[in-house]
Structures are given as structure tokens and as C-alpha cells.
Design a protein around this ligand. Sequence first.
Ligand code: NAD
Length: 247
Amino acid sequence: MDLRIDGKSAIVCGASRGLGRACAEALAGEGALVTLVARRLQPLQIVADRIAGAGGRRPAIVAADVATAEGRAAVKAASAETDILVTNAGGPPAKDFTELTLGDWERALETNFLSAVEMIRVFAPSMSKRRWGRIVNITSATVRMPVERLDLSTSARLALTGYVAGVARQIAKDGVTINNLLPGTVMTERLAELGATAQALIARVPAGRAGKPEEVGAACAFLCSEQAGFITGQSLLVDGGLCALTI
Ligand code: NAD
């Protein structure tokens, strides 16, 4: 299926590896002009080379920490407007709830809630003005199914889910959609780093395997497509059946 986003501009956050990189590659594969954002320049250059080497348009790169106001300002300075925005950053640490400090909460909310809220506030109005836009937030399956020691993740991402539920309806009339992608047990570098714990997590997945980053990338590209224009305010699990839910 031609997703009809050839030539659209796209900002992808947390794009130096893992799911962000997979989303960037999928969008570039559809002909989008991608701007890759992550904190360090060098890994971004490698991703840009990879995308150009695979025949995609060479992405722009911005070294910025999206959890800070300065970082978000740097993204805005590099691209005043965009057709597509993918918000994403690293997940918060796993910790027992009794050990969570106020600092842990502040960092998690900055990184996994406020960064997305602020990026949406900055870029959504110009999408509305141009009557077309697609926003996808990478959140987590923890939104649908809490996981022990991941309370920072569950809480910060549920805050974002609530925000999206309201804002998506306010800008739907402008041709702008906002949806959340909820990965569960996808084999990125982060999961691989967990070693034996990763194997235990994979054993719980009904599909009998970990997800592939490109499967999340493909779902992201579809939500950014012309054809997905009537899908908004939704949270889509990409988890191989991990969350045992009826709806
Ligand atoms: P990852 O740690 O491999 O990649 C995160 C990317 O974001 C990297 O490119 C990193 O450099 C970048 N990044 C981190 N903090 C940033 C910041 N403040 N500003 C800019 N860039 C930043 O993680 P991943 O496995 O690709 O997962 C992406 C997101 O999805 C994370 O929030 C993770 O918690 C969530 N998630 C992943 C899975 C999974 O199975 N992989 C499951 C549930 C949720």
C-alpha cells in the first residue's frame, strides 16, 4: 500500500536506536523527509547514513535532549514546522515503588510526559493551520497492563494518554490526528541489554517471540499515512498479545 506521505516532513524523537530509529526508517522508506532527534550527534549520523544507504532521502539530524526546554527549542529552531511528529525518549528506570524519589518522578514526567506535551504544543498549531498533520507518541504496553517496578513508566505514560484523549478531539477537525503506539517486549538494544531478564519477558508473550522494531515502525508509518486520517485519539498495542484484554 502506498501510504501517500512521499515528500511529507517528519520529526522523529529518540531516533538514534531502537523504536525511534525503526519509525524513522519506516517513514523514510515511504519517502518522508525525516529529521532525526536524539541527544548525541554521532549515533544520529550513523542512522542518517543507514537511511541514505537504503535509498531514503538523507535525514537532517538534531542533537537535542527533548526532556529539556533548550532541547525542544533546538528542534524547533531546526524545523519550524512539520507534517509528522513522532514523540519518543528512553524509558524510566525500573524500581520498587518504595524507593522512588521525587527526583525520579520529576525526571520520568519530564522525559515521558512533558516532552511529548511540549512538542505537541509547539508543532500541532501549524499542522492545524495547514489542515494536515500526524502525531504518534511511543508510549508503552504498561498503559494497559501495569508491570511491577515500572510504576514511573505506567504513570507518566497514562498522563500523556489522558492529554492525548482530550487534545486529539480538539484538532481532529483540522485534519490532524494524534495516536499512541504501545510496544511490549520488542527486541531493541534496550531489551537485549537485559540479558536473562529479556528471555523471561519473551517467554510470556503469546506470539512466542519478541517483537521486531520494524513491526513498530510499520505501525507508526501506517498511523502517519493519508489512509489513517480517520483514526485519532487511539492507543494501539504492538505486543504479540501480551496484554490479555478483551478490548
Ligand atoms: P532505547 O533506549 O533503545 O532508545 C531510546 C532512544 O531515545 C535512543 O535513541 C536514545 O538516545 C533516545 N533518547 C533517550 N532519552 C532522550 C532524550 N531525553 N532526548 C532525546 N532522545 C532521547 O528504547 P526503545 O527500546 O527503543 O524504546 C523506546 C521507548 O519505548 C522507551 O520509552 C521505552 O521505555 C518504550 N518501550 C519500549 C518497549 C520495548 O519492548 N522496546 C516496551 C515498552 C515501552
